[in-house]
Design a protein around this ligand. Sequence first.
Ligand code: CP
Ligand code: NVA
Length: 314
Amino acid sequence: MTRHFLALHDYTKGELDSMLALAADLKMKQKSGIPHRLLDGKTVALIFEKASTRTRVSFEVGVFQLGGHGLFMPSGSSQMGRGEPIKDSARVMSRYCDGVMIRTFGQEIVDEFAKYSTVPVINGLTDLFHPCQIMADLQTVIEHKGGYAGLKFAWIGDGNNMANTWIEAAAIFGFELRLACPNGYEPDQKVMAWAEAKAPGLISLTNDPQVAVAGADVINTDVWASMGQEAEQKEREKAFVGYCLDDALLSLAHPDCIVLHCLPAHRGEEISDSVIEGKNSVVWDEAENRLHIQKAIMATLICCKCGDAVSYRG
Ligand code: CP
Ligand code: NVA
């Protein structure tokens, strides 16, 4: 059975923990110069229908470090960008490649691609989810806090793809998550309902950022207008007044809390320069971990030589 990585809810805690452990091992190997060519001779297509720095570079470098080839495909230069049906593209790409990563708009696009693909498909961000990013974030939390169990997580800002994926993560991994979002910018209702049914009482939603960050161990924020919402920027700036993660807000959290931001950041909007550059910020480690966790995800889905990390594969 081909397994895809489209959303965290398709995986158990044990499976995701295995990927996090493999990511730590691959990070150690890469830093120690120990070869880990788990995708030797494999090709992974990287389809982008939205802009990217981290996702493009970390996937391309990651496939290379695993001994494979990353094939960068901006949608504007492929027939997909000219309207070739997703299902036709998926069946054709599957004949050439060993895996496909897609960054696009609707979650239904990656779902459709995966339905017709005979090779693993990885979600590199949709309007609904950003699962690779949250896995990198969790790797960063584990590195800085020794684990995630028992920690208080806070989300400040838009109820967007990042927030939705954090909600799934909280329900699967079993940690407390308090989200502060302005009225009208709440997370996806179906995602919230799924999480509440899976892990009753762990996830709460407020309009008050101070309530969300009080005593938090991990604070996460993101841009107020995501890719595709640029026309709403001015309107969103008004709605998000009071949602800047600045020193005053940070002072309410646990003194040793860590601050995450998936980047790119808009200093002075969702986060102040002093906080992103400050002692609690771990955003550069977080960005680096995209490389290591995505190598683990690709190795788990595509490679046949990864031992326990792939034991759940059909
Ligand atoms: N965080 C993230 O996905 O960054 P890019 O948009 O640069 O890929
Ligand atoms: N929420 C942001 C994340 C960027 C990595 C967006 O979708 O644009």
